[in-house]
Write a protein that binds this ligand. Structure first.
Ligand SMILES: Nc1ncnc2c1ncn2[C@@H]1O[C@H](COP(=O)(O)OP(=O)(O)OP(=O)(O)O)[C@@H](O)[C@H]1O
Length: 265
């Protein structure tokens, strides 16, 4: 396991326990204040847990939400600094990221756009050849095209290097085909932790006549009742077979996440 977290508590975090195998992409999702940034800071070693244990194997790079950097430095200065600070440093990888995203190399970081600063932070992080890359809302400053390209480039990096990527995000509509694992935090507690394909296979929406319970076995995540109709989003134990007049349909990752968040809101 690349990342092993056992019983970690800190600020809002309560007894968080999970493991991430090497070489995967995990999305960390949760409402505002759920504890995502706190958890990433604990994993990065910037915060010490009040209790519990964290083990992260290999080199770790962390890109914080506000992408802090010296405003007077140019991107070239930042990479030079990265080369001095990191024992392992891939100059080509760092420079090619800035080149690919057309970041002005000699302009001061304080005069770069938020998206350009984000690219400098990505270049610095990837240049350090991390085994574990932690990103806190990495896509929030990027335009729609850049978001797609950055996601594609990060997935290629994971595939090429076997790096483990854990990133927090609110953009659950863009998780499909990207995250192979989902961690869902609510008020500092991990309420969902699993492989996204398995989670999608387990969750189903059942619709039929008004009823207190769905006609399938499993945990009701969310129930909605209308005059003559009930809809249940259920985490099933086995295959969900809904007989007439009930119907079952698979859910998207976004629907799954929103239902779990709504259930505890
Ligand atoms: N420096 C701090 N000292 C004390 N409490 C803090 C500190 N920073 C954050 N908190 C609290 O910890 C809780 C979790 O904050 P955190 O930033 O981890 O949430 P988040 O899930 O990343 O939220 P968001 O989606 O809004 O970025 C919040 O209640 C927040 O007020």
């Amino acid at each position: 396991m690349t990342v092993r977290v056992a019983g970690v508590s800190k600020r809002v975090l309560r007894n968080c326990t999970f493991e991430l195998p090497g070489g995967g992409v995990t999305a960390l999702v949760g409402a505002n204040g759920a504890g995502k940034t706190t958890l990433l800071n604990v994993l990065a070693g910037h915060l010490t847990a009040d209790s519990g244990h964290v083990a992260v194997a290999g080199r770790v790079a962390f890109v914080a939400q506000d992408k802090p950097m010296y405003k007077g430095f140019t991107p070239l200065d930042v990479l030079r600094f990265g080369g001095h600070m990191n024992k392992v440093w891939d100059e080509y990888k760092a420079h090619s990221w800035l080149h690919r995203y057309k970041v002005p190399l000699k302009r001061r970081c304080g005069e770069l756009s938020a998206g350009q600063r984000a690219h400098v932070a990505f270049a610095l992080a990837l240049g350090s050849r991390p085994d574990v890359l932690l990103l806190d809302e990495p896509l929030s400053e990027l335009d729609p095209l850049a978001r797609r390209r950055v996601v594609r480039d990060l997935l290629a990096e994971v595939a090429d290097t076997g790096m483990t990527l854990l990133y927090s995000t609110h953009v659950v509509a863009e998780l499909g085909g990207v995250a192979d694992r989902l961690l869902l935090l609510s008020n500092g507690k991990l309420i969902v932790d699993g492989d996204t394909d398995e989670l999608l296979g387990q969750h189903v929406e059942i619709t039929g006549p008004a009823a207190d319970q769905p006609p399938v076995r499993g945990d009701v995540v969310l129930a909605r009742h209308y005059d003559r109709q009930s809809t249940f989003l259920v985490r099933c134990q086995g295959e969900a077979v809904a007989e007439e007049p009930w119907s079952a349909r698979p859910v998207t990752l976004e629907e799954l996440v929103v239902a779990h968040l709504e259930a505890v809101a």
